[in-house]
Design a protein. Structure first.
Length: 114
């Protein structure tokens, strides 16, 4: 179980870094790969299916270059992810909150670019 938590922790860190890098570069190239990884992880958790569904919508919005919708979805995902952190324990909860904050912050930053 500790290895699984470590892998999630590393994946969360990598996701936060990926989101931040994409916002700094003002580029969505390759972001859907990260989203796919999260969809795969979250679909295994019944309590997180709404987040997985919203990630699919985000992926579609990015592919369609509908950045207004992507910003809205990122803000929603930030809120949902922060709420999901309440179900986690310890370091995992901290990491998930960090991901939620990164999504919310990024949605605000991207909205300024538009």
């Amino acid at each position: 179980m500790e290895t699984k938590e470590k892998n999630y922790s590393e994946q969360i860190d990598a996701t936060v870094e990926t989101i931040s890098t994409h916002v700094e570069k003002k580029s969505a190239t390759g972001l859907t790969t990260t989203i796919n990884k999260w969809i795969d992880v979250l679909e295994d958790h019944k309590d997180l299916k709404t987040i997985a569904s919203d990630l699919k919508k985000l992926q579609k919005a990015i592919e369609d270059k509908n950045f207004e919708k992507a910003v809205t979805l990122m803000a929603t995902l930030g809120e949902e992810t922060t709420k999901a952190a309440e179900m986690a324990d310890g370091n995992e909860a901290t990491k998930i909150k960090s991901l939620g904050k990164a999504l919310t912050t990024s949605s605000k930053a991207i909205a300024k670019f538009m």
